[in-house]
Design a protein around this ligand. Structure first.
Ligand code: MRU
Length: 356
């Protein structure tokens, strides 16, 4: 178990484990306003699609608690919602959580405020439960003895608890499966090397950190059973936005016939986005690329291209692992039924997948 939670509500404030300081320093950030929460999301003190959604929900609670009049509460909430949603554009969980909180109301200021807090607490609880269920569903495709490639950080730090792809790995280990996990270091911010390694050490799961470019060589020269990644948004057609480098990993996996699974809470599904082209891709500060920590690695004035996410077309996804079960592309009709469970087409086993 991780000794810390990525976020906790203290009764008056939102306490965030500052992930920019990990793995070497355990520092907490106390947010007292919605603007402070938005800033923590934008600067990635808190990160990971589910975690930023839950953080934003408490951001709205903070905004409401600062309101003094019932009449102005709707505009206070709308203003805070816009700021929170604008903090990071790609992960749809953020907009989803904010929309869910905006549906809450109450007959007077006090009840509205306490209803908002109850709704944020529910989201917090549900997130941990959803992730655990994803982890259980994933066991159908994680054999004992599996060698797994994982990208970025999708664990307890990226969520309220457990995590999605890394949560599935944790559940597998808890069930006694022997695993070897290759962690992409995940340039430029190195969430794999700093955060996923931190988690797997805590869970005592064997792993190696590798540079992102090593996965093709690994799959060409050694047996890899599956790739397991998270997602920030899944479009209606099954295209997936996730941390930059996910697409390269999917290409290498396809070339080597390694099944490629996306752990996907249903809150990451965006039916209003038809395909990957329509997913907004966040571009971040050039300094993330020109520097490692404080140290410059590129000449001063180096021009940079720094998309924080990429889109993996649905055709490269073997299956989505949701809390309700596995969903095999093509997904459009399946999602439309708001995720009626979809069984693997006849003659195809989960480990063979649909993309091959
Ligand atoms: O930029 P980050 O660190 O927030 O990106 C995180 C990812 O891309 C994760 O894979 C995704 O949010 C899923 S986390 C369960």
């Amino acid at each position: 178990m991780l000794p810390f939670r990525s976020l906790t509500w203290t009764g008056r404030r939102l306490r965030l484990l500052d992930q920019r300081q990990l793995p070497h320093r355990t520092v907490y950030l106390e947010c007292a306003t919605a603007s402070e929460v938005a800033e923590a999301i934008a600067t990635m003190a808190v990160r990971g699609a589910p975690a930023i959604g839950v953080a934003a929900a408490y951001g709205l609670v903070l905004a409401a608690q600062a309101a003094t009049e019932f009449a102005t509460l709707p505009s206070v909430l709308e203003e805070a919602a816009a700021r929170l949603k604008g903090a990071r554009p790609t992960a749809v969980n953020l907009a989803w959580a904010v929309a869910r909180l905006l549906q809450v109301s109450g007959p007077d200021l006090g009840s509205w405020q306490s209803n908002l807090l109850a709704a944020a607490d529910r989201l917090y609880q549900e997130d941990a439960e959803t992730n655990y269920r994803i982890g259980c569903q994933a066991q159908a495709v994680i054999p004992d003895g599996a060698t797994i490639v994982h990208h970025c950080n999708t664990g307890a730090l990226a969520t309220v608890d457990y995590g999605t792809a890394l949560g599935a790995i944790r559940v597998a280990a808890e069930q006694g499966k022997k695993l070897l996990v290759y962690l992409d270091e995940t340039r430029p911010r190195l969430q794999g090397a700093s955060l996923s390694a931190y988690e797997l050490l805590a869970y005592n799961i064997p792993f190696r950190v590798m540079v992102d470019g090593a996965s093709g060589h690994l799959m060409r020269t050694q047996k890899v059973d599956l790739c397991l990644v998270g997602c920030d948004r899944v479009a209606a057609n099954g295209d997936v936005a996730n941390k930059i480098g996910t697409y390269n990993l999917a290409l290498a996996a396809k070339a080597h016939q390694v099944p490629f699974y996306v752990a996907c809470p249903l809150s990451s599904l965006d039916l209003s986005t038809p395909n990957g082209e329509a997913i907004p891709i966040e571009e971040r500060d050039p300094q993330e690329v020109t520097h490692v920590g404080e140290r410059a690695i590129a000449p001063v004035g180096t021009p940079v291209y720094n998309p924080a996410f990429d889109v993996t077309p649905a055709a490269y996804v073997t299956a989505f692992i949701t809390e309700e079960g596995l969903v095999y592309p093509p997904t459009a009709q399946i999602w439309a039924g708001s995720v009626a469970l979809h069984k693997p087409p006849t003659g195809r086993t989960p480990s063979q997948g649909s993309a091959f």
